[in-house]
Design a protein around this ligand. Structure first.
Ligand SMILES: [Zn+2]
Length: 205
């Protein structure tokens, strides 16, 4: 799904209908800022707003997700592709979380094994040191891979303005966190807060 293309499509249709962003916002009982966010490709409408928006703009949901008007032949082709991309986006996010857990567990097992070997088995000192160095490198690599995978797996939602964003790697690593939240600075309203992890950029409800 191409958010930018969808945004431009919404904007073009709105103008075709001689509607202002404010009028669309009032019709859907949302803020003007939200409409502007969609049009600039910085987010998709919540699921509950998609149908009303499409009705207002005179398009089908399928055309909405495609970001263009479709003729009958294209309609069926795009429908399949759009459904798949919706499903895949969520599946990919879940797969990355599982993968990052596997990677870190394997790195842990490998490095613990190496440290145990170095500690318990009688061998040359340089060999022991080499084992421990390899163990540390493995662990660092494992953690790095897990962080990158995990970071890509989801976006965080600002508790103040509802903005969803992917934090930078540095912010992500050093942020205070629990399993489902992280204390991050929102790129939109610049407030720090306990941001909840979400599986996709769209709002689910
Ligand atoms: Zn915010």
């Amino acid at each position: 799904m191409d958010q930018v293309k969808i945004g431009q499509f919404i904007k073009a249709l709105r103008r075709e209908k001689n509607l202002t962003q404010r009028e669309v916002a009032e019709e859907l009982l949302i803020s003007e800022k939200t409409v502007s966010k969609w049009e600039t490709g910085n987010g998709l409408p919540e699921v509950s707003l998609m149908k009303p928006l499409c009705d207002l703009l005179g398009i089908s949901l399928n055309e909405f997700f495609s970001g263009e008007r479709l003729d009958e032949k294209q309609y069926y082709e795009k429908a399949e592709a759009n459904i798949m991309s919706l499903v895949e986006e969520k599946a990919k996010a879940k797969k990355n979380i599982v993968l990052s857990i596997i990677v870190i567990v394997m790195a842990l097992i490998a490095s613990i094994t190496l440290i145990l070997i170095a500690g318990l088995i009688d061998m040359a000192v340089w060999l022991k040191i080499t084992s421990i160095v390899i163990a540390v490198i493995l662990l660092v690599c494992g953690i790095t891979v897990a962080i990158v995978l995990d970071r890509d797996a989801g976006v965080f939602e600002c508790p103040h303005c509802g903005e969803r964003f992917v934090p930078t790697a540095t912010a992500y690593v050093f942020a205070m966190h629990g399993i489902t939240w992280r204390r991050l600075r929102c790129p939109k309203c610049h407030k720090k807060g306990f941001c909840r992890k979400k599986l996709s950029r769209e709002n689910e409800t």
